[in-house]
Design a protein around this ligand. Structure first.
Ligand code: PHB
Length: 380
């Protein structure tokens, strides 16, 4: 279905992606490849078709470190098989040959391996790894680069119009305050000024968070500004007010989401934050970590007993399903409750429609309750 963008332009799709790469030559594709290995999604575009780039002859020599990087990141097999290592070169001066022996002189060599082949290897890797690359696009426009919500718009090879939008970046401003609790239970507040969460640590210490920009500086937030921001985000017809008191601590918490798959490398088993991170909105992080180690304790015990190492095979399948559920729930709660910077009026109304489905129907409330309280373990 066509969508209207922030500036009123109508496009066929709007896609959120953390990084848009304009130019799908070897550098653009290598960037996407390296980001992919670091768990960062991207979309790469190029005006040229794949066939055009593949047949545009350019460079032919890879220096030692570049070849090594390609090999070490899994896109250099063909360099080793089909490339030629050159340990020197000849300079002909006035008809006389002079060999420059790289290896002897500096202990290095270079590889003769054409740019077209580097491109093919990287383009194949994007395909193999399920990355997004659009070739043969037209009318590329890079928009709003001075803001934290940049966009890239283009016409795809089939004539459809698309917009890529940097995934909206939110962070939480975390506050610890010496003040009696404002509510018996946690309050997750959506408001047109942004999200706020009221939690607590003890009867007299409140733990609170409010949505802020990822580059927010704690120095810019004196106590009065913090309280005013929190109060206006929770205010409502019922006259709800937070009990105020001295702010003991303030921190900006940036959101990150990743899953390290596989969760097992031989006898190294990853659990908790080493294996995954979720945005804090769904309160899943610690719970997920403790579920991982519950499964892990079981398989390690079995592996050290009669079953031996094969018992370790059961770890990832038992842990990973919950990891992806939590990944989904945390990003769903985040989108449900935060105000995306640069959102269109349409998007804001759609979000209110979604919130209405959650709070206004029993099934909606049950869905949230089931995810929030955690899924039963396999052994329950
Ligand atoms: C907290 O109390 O620190 C807390 C509670 C719920 C969340 C995140 C953090 O979703």
């Amino acid at each position: 279905m066509p969508e209207t963008t922030v500036d009123g332009t109508i496009v066929d799709t709007v896609t959120e992606v953390p990084v848009a790469v304009v130019g799908a030559g070897p550098a653009g594709l290598m960037l996407a490849h390296l980001l992919g290995r670091a768990g960062v999604e991207s979309a790469v575009l190029d005006l040229r078709t794949r066939a055009e780039i593949e047949t545009t002859h350019r460079a032919g020599i890879l220096e030692a470190d570049v070849a090594r990087d390609l090999v070490e990141t899994g896109v250099g097999d063909r360099i080793l098989r089909e490339g030629q290592e050159h340990t020197g070169t000849e300079l002909r001066v006035g008809g006389r040959p002079y060999r420059i022996d790289f290896r002897e002189l500096v202990g290095a060599s270079v590889w003769l391996y054409p740019q077209t082949e580097v491109f093919k290897d990287l383009a194949d890797a994007r395909e193999r790894d399920g990355g997004t690359a659009h070739f043969g696009v037209r009318d590329t426009e890079v928009l709003d680069v001075g803001t934290d919500a940049p966009r890239v718009r283009f016409t795809a090879a089939d004539g459809t119009r698309h917009e890529l939008r940097a995934r909206y970046q939110v962070a939480w401003f975390g506050v610890m305050a010496q003040a009696p609790s404002s509510a018996e239970e946690l309050v997750y507040a959506q408001s047109d000024r942004g999200f706020a969460l009221i939690s607590r640590r003890t009867e007299t210490v409140q733990r609170m968070y409010f949505q802020c920009a990822p580059d927010e500086r704690v120095e810019d937030w004196p106590e009065e500004r913090i309280w005013a921001t929190l109060q206006e985000r929770v205010a409502g017809e019922d006259g709800f007010r937070l009990t105020e008191g001295p702010v003991l601590e303030r921190t900006v918490l940036r959101f990150r989401s990743f899953v390290q798959e596989p969760m097992r490398w031989g006898s190294l088993l990853l659990a908790g934050d080493a294996a995954h991170t979720v945005p804090p909105t769904g309160a899943r992080g610690l719970n997920l970590a403790l579920h991982d180690v519950k499964v892990l304790a079981g398989v390690l015990t079995r592996a050290l007993g009669r079953e031996g190492e094969p018992a370790l095979d059961a770890y990832q399948p038992a842990a990973l399903r919950r990891v992806w559920r939590a990944q989904h729930f945390s990003s769903w709660m985040t989108r449900l409750l935060h105000t995306p910077p640069g959102a269109t009026p349409f998007e804001l109304r759609r979000q209110l429609g979604e919130l209405d489905c959650v709070v206004g129907t029993r099934a909606g409330r049950a869905y949230l309750a089931e995810q929030y309280t955690g899924w039963p373990s396999a052994d329950r």
